[in-house]
Design a protein around this ligand. Structure first.
Ligand SMILES: *[C@@H]1O[C@H](CO)[C@@H](O)[C@H](O)[C@H]1NC(C)=O
Length: 439
């Protein structure tokens, strides 16, 4: 009897140990299918990742501004070329895999209706019903295992650049004028969002479908997420705890964009680090095992000027907004991991001069802030660049953090930005692998 008890105790312990930090949520942005050149991610390459992922989050669906129904943002690919069905069909081969359809993200950009996500919350029941029924129908029709809400809320204001002089006065003034408030109705929207999520959950429950939340970068959880109430409604939450600074939002200064911990210096804000975001959810009672920490597989790149100096130590001032787009990712200020890797010193570029010279890489022995790489404006270099990024080692540090804190796992944004071709070291998906081996 005693032995049996002991045995079952050991078993429970083993199961718990195996279950801890087991999620590897992989975001898949299907627009990568339509890219030109090396950034084009086709299904055979996607499949290689699936042995590592526990969940695949298929992005992105959006909402129609006229009737608030959920729709594919690229029907030609998702529906007529069967990408929805082909991706969900991969579950037959990778039976552990759950595939969720994600709504929103940074993709559902509708310049004529920038507030439609808020209007959906404020609207009468009929709007939310339209959303819920159409979402359910897409999920069921195409064989998804559930829905992910990457809900678009107003973003935090970017931190201000200020010189040493007068900054104390400015922060006092800011405190009194509420300079950081982006939404005077945020507490109402928070309540409405909880009710909305409850409605979505009710529609999914009978079929045992999953519901997850993605907290987008710079969306303030304090303002929009009633964490104790959401606890009973969502299966897990993915915290996109990166892009705290970006060259578009903070054109005049470059800094670590995805620090694990805060650095108490200069005018860094206390909530712009991953640990703060995780602690916020934990402190409000959300179970650690259902929090997945987001890791970006891309870096943010600023253009340096002659006034930025040659040291590269962040915070770097006098930057001039986003660096030119990478040839694969095609977004100004964003470089995928293989693009960054290709700019670091290697046998092909080590003797190149001027604007083709390799970037100087600075790693982070403290494991707290992440890496950066740069090439200052100096001599023959007229195109300076400074990029903050998580390489496979930095991503593994975050996985180690996740294990230490007993979190659910890691959410990788996005498979298409990892080195899925193995251009860097011949290893395909080095960031994904590094996370997997550390979890
Ligand atoms: C939300 O913003 C306020 C004011 O800027 C800040 O104090 C708070 O820490 C933020 N919350 C989170 C979870 O980032």
């Amino acid at each position: 009897m005693k032995l049996l008890l002991l045995l079952s105790f050991v078993m429970c312990f083993l199961v718990a140990a195996i279950q801890g930090a087991s999620n590897l949520v992989c975001y898949y942005d299907s627009s990568s299918y339509t890219r030109e050149g090396l950034g084009k991610l086709l299904n055979p390459d996607l499949e290689i990742a699936l042995q590592f992922c526990t969940h695949l989050v298929y992005g992105y669906a959006g909402i129609r501004a006229d009737n608030y129904q959920v729709q594919s943002l690229n029907e030609n690919l998702d529906i007529y070329k069967h990408q929805f069905s082909e991706v969900t069909a991969l579950k037959h081969k990778y039976q552990h895999l759950k595939v969720l359809l994600s709504v929103g993200g940074d993709h559902d950009i509708d310049v004529e209706h920038p507030n439609k996500y808020i209007e959906l919350l404020e609207g009468e029941k009929v709007r939310q019903t339209a959303f819920i029924q159409s979402a359910f129908s897409l999920v069921k029709t195409y064989g998804f295992d559930g829905l992910d809400l990457a809900y678009q809320f107003p973003r935090n204001k970017p931190r201000k650049v200020h010189g040493e002089l007068g900054s104390a006065w400015k922060s006092v003034k800011k405190f009194f004028t509420g300079d950081f408030v982006v939404d005077t109705q945020s507490s109402l929207h928070k309540e409405q969002f909880t009710a909305f999520v409850r409605g979505v959950k009710d529609s999914l429950r009978n079929d045992g479908l999953l519901l997850s939340l993605t907290v987008l970068p710079n969306v303030n959880s304090t303002w929009y997420f009633d964490i104790p109430a959401l606890n009973g409604l969502v299966d897990f939450v993915n915290l996109a705890a990166f892009d705290f600074l970006t060259p578009a939002r903070n054109p005049e200064e470059a800094d670590f964009t995805a620090s694990l911990y805060g650095a108490p210096s200069q005018n860094r804000l206390g909530h712009y680090n991953a640990d703060f975001q995780v602690q916020h959810w934990l402190q409000h009672g959300f179970p650690s095992s259902r929090i997945n920490l987001g890791v970006a597989a891309y870096g943010n790149a600023w253009k340096l000027t002659a006034d930025s100096g040659v040291e590269g130590t962040p915070v770097v001032g006098h930057t001039d907004g986003p660096a030119p787009a990478g040839s694969q990712s095609q977004k100004p200020g964003l470089l995928s991991y293989p693009e960054i890797c290709g700019k670091l010193k290697n046998a092909q570029n080590e003797f190149l001069k001027g604007n083709d010279s390799p970037l100087h890489r600075v790693s982070d022995p403290t494991k707290r802030y992440g890496n950066y790489a740069f090439r200052p404006v100096q001599g023959a270099v007229t195109e300076g660049i400074w990029v903050s990024y998580d390489d496979p080692d930095a991503a593994a540090n975050k996985a180690a953090y996740v294990k230490a804190k007993n979190l659910g796992g890691i959410a990788l944004f996005d498979l298409a930005y990892d080195d899925f071709r193995g251009l860097c070291t011949n290893d395909k998906y080095p960031i994904l692998r590094s996370i997997k081996y550390r979890l």
